[in-house]
Design a protein around this ligand. Structure first.
Ligand code: B12
Length: 228
């Protein structure tokens, strides 16, 4: 297989959500053929650069997954399978990317707000951003506003992503934004919010900089915030 064919094969397997040769694939049974982790190792062994693999195969694969999701061809479990595949590939690529000194596209702190344990959506957002070259500092779930603000300041992050799934915890987003007033870092960080009960009206009301209905909108927001 030539180098560009190998990249196409990686892209296809991201779309199929196949980590390795024992995975079947979303559209058809491809088990027995190499999956993303094997193909990425193969590409690296042949001297294909980690950045090329990330941009020309993995990110483009995730873009295709996003298009399929928006068209209703893919559902949540499909998106999750593809996102997990990207995570496995990123584990292999990360040391190479760091060694190559690839500049991160931007740094985002992510957290599910205080009192809220729902983190599946936030994790998908994190994987998607990581897969497209952002540095992601994931604080987990049930995170106190002051801890979120400290992490943003200490890491000098240029973005903050807050997630809430409960109507009883969404007000914690506003508390978190208010917690910046004590430290004066608010003008250096763009805040995006998301989660099932959140809307763009709510985002505006609490003074957030953007609302994303899903992980793909989160990515679009991050690109806008970072001027990409
Ligand atoms: C799984 C689940 C749980 C799991 C969570 C496991 C986990 N690790 O996350 C468990 C079992 C722990 C749980 C517990 C509870 N849950 Co619950 N849970 C759900 C369920 C079924 C799915 C949520 C989910 O994961 N969706 C899938 C993800 C991918 O979607 P998502 O989170 O919306 O994320 C997407 C977007 O919103 C967006 N997004 C998300 N975050 C962010 C952040 C940014 C920055 C951006 C831009 C975008 C973005 O992108 C994501 C990917 O596309 C929902 C029902 C539902 N259909 O939503 C109820 C639901 C959210 N839970 C509910 C309730 C009531 C509870 C409990 C209170 C139940 C109880 N009585 O104990 C507890 C609360 C625990 C707590 N303190 O948080 C209610 C909330 C009702 C309300 N109005 O507030 C729901 C709606 C169920 C219902 N219909 O009653 N739950």
């Amino acid at each position: 297989m030539k180098g560009d064919e190998l990249l196409q094969e990686i892209e296809l397997n991201v779309v199929q959500g196949r980590r390795n040769s024992s995975d079947e694939g979303l559209d058809e049974d491809l088990s027995g053929t190499p999956g993303v982790t094997e193909l990425v190792e193969d590409a690296l062994n042949r001297g294909i650069g980690a950045k090329g693999i990330l941009v020309d195969a993995i990110s483009s694969g995730m873009t295709e997954v996003g298009e399929r999701y928006e068209k209703g061809m893919y559902f949540l479990p499909d998106m999750l399978a593809a996102a997990e595949t990207v995570e496995a590939a990123m584990e292999i690529l990360e040391p190479y990317l760091l060694k190559a000194g690839i500049e991160s596209r931007g740094k985002i702190v992510l957290a599910t707000v205080k009192g809220d344990l729902h983190d599946i959506g936030k994790n998908i957002v994190g994987l998607m951003l990581k897969g497209t070259g952002y540095s992601v500092i994931d604080l987990g779930n049930n995170v106190d506003p002051d801890d979120i603000v400290s992490a943003v300041v200490e890491n000098e992050a240029n973005m903050l992503g807050l997630s809430a799934l409960l109507t009883t915890t969404m007000h914690q987003m506003s508390e978190t934004i208010e917690a910046f007033s004590g430290v004066g870092f608010r003008d250096k960080v763009k805040v995006m919010v998301g989660g099932a009960p959140i809307s763009s009206e709510f985002a505006e009301e609490i003074g957030a900089d953007g609302y994303g209905k899903d992980a793909f909108e989160a990515l679009k927001l991050a690109d806008d915030f970072t001027d990409i």
